[in-house]
Structure formats: structure tokens, C-alpha cells
Design a protein around this ligand. Sequence first.
Ligand code: PMP
Length: 356
Amino acid sequence: MTVKHRPSIDGLAAYKPGRAPAAGRPQVKLSSNEMPFGPLPAVLDAISHAAATLNRYPDFHRVRLTEALAERHGVDPSQVVVDNGSGALLQVLASVIAGPGDEILHAWRAFESYPIVTAVSGATGVTVPLDDRYTHDLPAMAAAVTDRTRMAIVCNPNNPTGTVVSRAELDRLLDALPDDVLLVLDEAYHDFVTDPRSPCGIDLVGERPNVAVLRTFSKAYGLAGLRVGYCVTRPETAELIRKAVVGFSVSTLAQAGALAALDPESDVELKRRVAHVVEERTRVAAELARLGVPVVPSQANFVFMPMPDGPAMAAALEERGVILRAYGTDGLRVTIGTTEENDRFLALAAELLRRS
Ligand code: PMP
């Protein structure tokens, strides 16, 4: 017997995380858009130091981390809400803002959590296909706004395609949204962007009344296991979110580690790591193109290959110890790893393509 629940949950496929390596087998995991490098020593030091106080609850209001993030982004601390991952903040936003009868608008394909948070909130998902460049079709999204739209989500860069939107296109969507309907800009991969046409959502927060930006420590900061994400928005919207986040959800270790990662000294090394990933992204994309594989130009730490035989390719790679993420017949996504990991993937891809 199933207990009574929201009917919208029944139609939902559970979130499938990127495959983890099988125990005991040396494998290269390029399936979850993580950084390939371990945490900085300063972050590990801060975490082990903070561990001495684990008999106490964490700082409920995440004060030091919130203030450091506000300073980093040139906003007031009242505009920043920290939670245990930007995925958690997405869920809180959807549930606070929309419910049965309301609509949440987002592109497809985009991040796989969007239909899930929509269904959990009870709202109806309205999806707009990506255009033929695998980019958000913002004019079509603007045309899909109705008087029931309560929230629109734009993933910039988009997961899994790595494409970005321009400021002008985004303004067009914002113009179609009433000032009291929220646009969520999911900027999980913002630090990898090199295209100057792609806007910084946090600038938009100052200019528009209805923008919320989501950022995370899971990607460029390389701290996916720590679980820290944050939202930058207007103070009134931040207050709504703060009321709904689960108390003490950001652990003492997470707060200390994220704070250490924001230190200017950590920043130098993190920027170097991001630059390495960006360089490797260019190399991997060029090499795949040379092998005849279709690739979408990426502004994130992964590259999308729109190939219908993606699942077969993923299975063949996995058998040989390299794990990618397949999206049915839509394509295959490879996360940028270390130079050696990327070389291993590229060599195997070349070998498999020669055989086929
Ligand atoms: N947004 C996007 C676009 C993502 O790809 C992810 C993670 N894969 C998240 C949000 C959630 O990240 P986290 O909860 O680790 O902050």
C-alpha cells in the first residue's frame, strides 16, 4: 500500500546521479561535472579544525559564510541565503513560490532536477525545447509565459549542453515576466564561462526586482561532497527562502570549509584550476571534433556530444573504465578531468570510433 501523496510524484522519474566507479576497479569518473582535484590544504585544515566543535550545533544563520559571500559579490548579506547545495535551494524556491495550479517554466533539456522540484512543489512544469544550437530558446520561453507562471528557470551555462544565453536574450524573457514573477538563474557553472556575452546574473539582481541567482561550491570550488550552495537575490525574496530552509542544514564542517575556500589565497589556486579545466575543455572539444564526433561549444566544465548512439558509446567506454553520462538518444556528456583522464577518454573514444 502506498500512503496518500501528491499525484504529481507518480509520474516522476527519480533523479539519476552520474555513475560512480564500481568498488575495487580503477575507473575514471567523468559523469558528474565534478572537479578532478582534491580539496585545497587550507580547506582541509579549516574542516579538521572545525571538527573539534562537532558536539555543538552549527551556526544556524551561517553568518560568517553569508557575510564573506556578500562581500565577494558586492551585495548586502540580507541578499544571500546559504543552504546545503544549490539543488536544495532550487527545491525550497519552487516550493515557496509555486503550488498546485501554478506553472514553473524551464527549458528542456536542462538540469534534471527541474522537473523533480516542480513536481514536488505541486506546480505544473512547462518546458520549452532547446533551439537547434542546444541553447535556451528564450524568445519561445517568453512566449510561453502565462498568467499562471510563478517561476522561470534558466540554466546558464546549461547542463548538459554547456551553452550560454546573452544578456539581450535574457532581457527579452525578463520583459515578458511580470515584475513579481521570479526568474531563477542557475549559475552552477558560471566560473567556467569565458564568453563575454554571457551575463553575470548577480549584476541583474541589482537591476531587476525579480531575479534569484543560484551558485554552488560543488563545481569550480571542487567541494561537491561538502554540500554548500547559495542564492543571491533581493532581500524580500531572500527572506522568503530563509523562512523555508531546513534549520542547521549547513554543517559546521561545510561552513568552515566553504569559508576557507573563499580566502584570497585559496582563490589564486582555484582560479588556476579553473583555467586548466577551460584549457582542457578546448582541447577535448577540438580533439572530439577531429575524430568526427559532434560537439556543442561549451562554456562549462563538460562537453555535450549530440549523438543518438550515446548509450552504446557510454557502455563501451564504461567497460573500459571511463564513466560518462548518457542522455538516451539525445547525446552523451563528458566532464573535463585531469589531462591524463582526458587523454584516456580521448584515446578510448578514438579506438571505439575506429572499430565502428
Ligand atoms: N544546478 C545545476 C545546473 C547542476 O548541474 C547542479 C549539480 N549537478 C546543481 C544545480 C546542484 O548542485 P549542488 O546541489 O551540488 O550545489
